[in-house]
Design a protein around this ligand. Structure first.
Ligand code: GAR
Length: 207
């Protein structure tokens, strides 16, 4: 059984997609140990609570500096001792010590086709604003392992989504979620839970 911790910051629709996929049997062999949010008001925490999944808020605002927050966050994840950490709309950079401790055991969903529209400053709705500003016709989402870089780890899966003439950042975000994120992230978790992927030479191999 793959024991996972899901980290969230806001709405938690990707968390909901994981919960629904577990219910439908599309993710097997997986148990959610806990949900961690950096934001006390995150709707994702309510989604966890209504399922009886332990929820924790660890906010940088409650600590005197980033170093102390990083240590508290890493300590909490280590205490939960998951097999896999899933960043499902978690908008905080993962501390290096945690990346080292959970090498190739942290995955992230990003709302663009990496390496486009990613890195520092590209998160949430901002990604879709930049996509529309640039006028690209195709965007999408990527699920990848997390390394010490920003959105730079081995890519597990990607799915393209069309940009429409009349899109707003909000309408595009919704389409990318519906057509890509909510499909890719559950599939990746199921692949990992059932031993279908491995990282070889910094690339994901299906086996
Ligand atoms: C999602 O679009 C996710 O891909 C994005 O934040 C949103 C969270 O929505 N993540 C990033 O931008 C990470 N760099 P949700 O809380 O409804 O799942």
């Amino acid at each position: 059984m793959l024991r996972i911790v899901v980290c969230v910051s806001g709405g938690g629709t990707n968390l909901q997609a994981i919960l629904d996929a577990i219910d439908r049997g599309q993710i097997t062999n997986t148990e959610i140990l806990a949900v961690i949010s950096n934001n006390a008001g995150a709707r994702a925490l309510t989604r966890a609570e209504s399922r009886g999944i332990p929820g924790f808020c660890i906010s940088p605002k409650s600590f005197s500096d980033r170093e102390t927050f990083n240590r508290a966050f890493t300590d909490k994840v280590c205490e939960l001792n998951p097999d896999l950490v899933v960043l499902a709309g978690f908008l905080v950079k993962i501390p290096e010590a945690m990346v080292a401790r959970f090498s190739n055991r942290i995955i992230n969903i990003h709302p663009s086709l990496i390496p486009s529209f990613c890195g520092v400053g590209y998160y949430g709705l901002k990604v879709h604003e930049k996509v529309l500003e640039r006028g690209v016709r195709v965007t999408g989402a990527t699920v990848h392992f997390v390394n010490e870089g920003m959105d730079e780890g081995p890519i597990i899966a990607q799915k393209a989504v069309s940009v429409e003439e009349e899109d707003t950042p909000e309408s595009l975000q919704r389409r990318v979620m519906e057509q890509a994120e909510w499909i890719l992230l559950p599939e990746a978790i199921d692949d990992i839970a059932n031993g279908r992927i491995a990282v070889v030479n910094n690339k994901v191999r299906r086996q």
